[in-house]
Design a protein around this ligand. Structure first.
Ligand code: ATP
Ligand code: MG
Ligand code: MG
Length: 383
């Protein structure tokens, strides 16, 4: 369409694949760094891709040489490699932002300076039962023991209900850098996608997320039974948290809504996010469209981030057999207004995100009615 700069993407999983879908519509070349035939590469035929891992210094260097702007679909990348190539290629968001955010403890220490409310937490330095027992005295039970790094889909979290759970918790998260968080008694989990451009911090409306076994299962957009005031406050909090970091692009901000209607940050991600998948059908510009526009300094009309129709997103998660998840996609073929996204990741593993379905309707109630049979299928697969 025009002579756009080339985008390099660290990671070619489902998020990279959906970024490529956005790039393809604008004739923007996206060079993917990941294994051969990764989900993103499957839909992008050109010779600019790089084979390797976003954790390999040499591979990141090679990707940097192939593109003008580099971005990541995941925060667990080699930020020292990014730091090195930042002098020759634009890196968005900044390697400093990704480095701070990829360590959840450092992320929280950073955000604390900006007055972002979050659960009280303590760092473990020795990872001994005595140390954690002492922290338990301070934070009370239950508390959440968390890995500082490499955490996703709750793999890195362990709920410690009492002092007796301490040995099991430390065993489950052994050899990982840890911190513990005070339990957040939330009535609802909310999320906001924030888009940081060269001169603005924009946000999509507040959505409601439902986690099962710490994995996102459903997203309701907009959040149900949440006042306009809370919706606005959550967006403002999310924008404030993201403004604390350097660089452009999409950021996913997860929050807790507490019993007294106050908000607390759960965590944020320096990338496009599962809670924003509904934007593909729900909004004029998806989070993937907006991310690409933000990193290339292309215009993003704020109105295009509004929700056009209430939307519900349901994740398709791997079940007991490698193909049970396909039952959800098959059932969705017959559901009105259901958009099906399969990620083509090959054989499923239990708990692995294999795809998602978004249903849009004139009212949230209608969308809830239409998606219910699919929730039943998904529950069957996981049972
Ligand atoms: P993600 O896949 O979103 O990156 P993650 O592995 O980084 O997940 P968190 O987002 O920290 O993990 O936590 C996962 C879920 O665990 C939260 O969405 C929430 O349901 C629950 N949780 C996390 N921290 C707490 C807490 N302090 N109190 C109560 N529940 C919590
Ligand atoms: Mg996380
Ligand atoms: Mg999370």
């Amino acid at each position: 369409m025009w002579n756009s700069r080339k985008v390099g993407i660290l990671g070619g999983g489902q998020l990279g694949r959906m970024l490529v879908e956005s790039c393809n519509r604008l004739n923007i070349q996206a060079n993917i760094l990941d294994a051969e035939n990764s989900p993103a590469k499957q839909i992008s035929f050109h010779d600019g891709h790089v084979t390797g891992s976003f954790k390999e210094r040499e591979a990141v260097r090679k990707l940097a040489k192939s593109c003008d702007v580099m971005t990541a679909e995941i925060e667990h990348v080699d930020t020292y490699a990014l730091e090195e190539v930042a002098s020759e290629v634009q890196v968005e968001p900044s390697w400093q932002a990704i480095r701070t955010i990829q360590n959840k403890f450092n992320q929280k220490e950073h955000l604390r300076k900006y007055g972002i409310p979050m659960a009280d937490h303590r760092e473990l330095v020795k990872n001994t039962p005595e140390e954690l027992a002492e922290i338990g005295e301070q934070l009370g039970y239950p508390m959440m023991l968390k890995s500082k790094t490499m955490a996703y889909d709750g793999r890195g979290n362990f709920r410690v209900n009492s002092k007796e759970d301490i040995p099991e918790a430390l065993e489950a998260l052994k050899d990982r850098p840890l911190y513990a968080e005070k339990w957040a008694y939330f009535k609802m989990e909310l999320a906001v996608m924030v888009i940081k451009t060269k001169d603005e911090v924009l946000s999509y409306p507040t959505v409601e997320t439902v986690q099962e076994d710490s994995i996102c299962k459903l997203v309701y957009a907009p959040a149900r039974n949440v006042s306009d005031k809370i919706n606005e406050e959550a967006q403002a909090l999310a924008r404030k948290a993201v403004a604390a970091f350097e660089g452009k692009g999409a950021f996913g901000v997860e929050m807790f809504l507490l019993e007294d209607n106050s908000l607390m940050l759960c965590e944020l991600a320096s990338r496009i996010h599962n809670s924003g998948h509904y934007t593909i059908e729900g909004c004029a510009l998806s989070q993937f469209d907006s991310h690409i526009r933000a990193i290339l300094d292309l215009p993003i009309p704020a109105k295009s981030l509004e929700i056009r129709q209430p939307s519900i997103m349901l994740n398709i998660i791997g079940g007991s057999a490698p193909d049970t998840h396909l039952k959800a996609a098959e059932a969705a073929l017959s559901i009105p207004n259901a958009a099906i996204h399969l990620y083509s990741k090959g054989a499923a593993k239990p708990g692995r995100k294999m795809g998602h379905i978004t249903v849009t309707a004139a009212t949230m109630h209608e969308a809830e009615t239409m998606i219910q049979p699919l929730i039943d299928v998904v529950d069957d697969i996981r049972a």
